[in-house]
Design a protein. Structure first.
Length: 64
């Protein structure tokens, strides 16, 4: 019986550590997604406002 209790305690400790580790990963990804969403919004605003021209489409090629 004592061996089973020790095994269960070991499993619970492992699961607790795994949950903490996974929680940290989720937090890091959440922060990263928030930063990316903010940047995408900024880029969309720039494009709508005409400030964020992407590429040299309004420049003449060098051979002209």
């Amino acid at each position: 019986m004592e061996e089973k209790i020790t095994e269960l305690e070991s499993r619970v400790a492992f699961q607790d550590r795994t949950i903490r580790d996974l929680d940290e990963v989720v937090r890091l990804f959440s922060k990263r997604v928030e930063r990316l969403e903010k940047r995408v919004g900024e880029l969309a605003d720039e494009l709508q406002g005409g400030r964020g021209e992407i590429g040299p489409h309004d420049e003449q090629p060098p051979h002209y």
